[in-house]
Design a protein around this ligand. Sequence first.
Ligand SMILES: Nc1ncnc2c1ncn2[C@@H]1O[C@H](COP(=O)(O)OP(=O)(O)OP(=O)(O)O)[C@@H](O)[C@H]1O
Ligand SMILES: [Mg+2]
Length: 235
Amino acid sequence: MSMNTTLVINAKGGVGKTTITTNLASYFAARDIVTTIADYDPQGSSLNWLQQRASEARKIHGADCSSRLGTTLQNGRRQIPRETRQLIIDAPAGPSRLLLQDLLGRAQAIVIPVAPSSIDVHATANFIKELLLVGHVRVRNIRVAVVANRVRSSKPIYAPLEKFVTSLGIPFLGKVSDSDVYVEAAETGLGIYDLPTDACSTELREFLPLVRWVHGEQAPEETSTNVVPISAARA
Ligand SMILES: Nc1ncnc2c1ncn2[C@@H]1O[C@H](COP(=O)(O)OP(=O)(O)OP(=O)(O)O)[C@@H](O)[C@H]1O
Ligand SMILES: [Mg+2]
């Protein structure tokens, strides 16, 4: 069986790349699919999340692919277990062209989180243009989708972006709300798929289009497996 690689990226910082990465990883782990996060960000936020991960939670592998300590991309690759079926790449903000090209060479799918501000929406539209024109994602057959993150109200801040991406044939995978559930779960290295369903039914519902797009139609409606009590998440 081959490995599916999903790149979570946006040129902007703080838009939710790590949050989307870790929750996607928790989804696959909950389905007993061998999952690895490749952290290309020198901040190491995804690796830090993995370090906090409760021992009862399902295993997710981590690979330090940042160039922080002079680690080469080649070294990073070697840390990815061969049995990995789903590789999620957490990209740094503002990747160099060289790094972007390297990441695009590995990804089958790209998820672009965008935060609710007109500045972020504008920057994301430019980043998508770069992916299309410089990254040649169409020629390379890489699927691309956009997801709105940290949505606080129904303010139609995304309308221009949604119109822009859909005009390009890029799916807009809906909105992930600004919710403490993501923040609290992350404190113990958990994602929403590690929590009891009734503790995060809204979050599971809003993540469904995203996991369906990444995993294909295999993603079932009920997706939390409740392997870690929420008390552990808050301990
Ligand atoms: N949907 C959400 N609800 C609540 N808080 C969120 C949500 N998404 C992200 N956050 C919080 O926003 C902050 C930035 O999120 P995150 O670290 O995922 O972004 P990032 O794009 O990876 O940032 P960076 O560019 O620094 O790597 C974090 O404190 C995170 O907990
Ligand atoms: Mg990050």
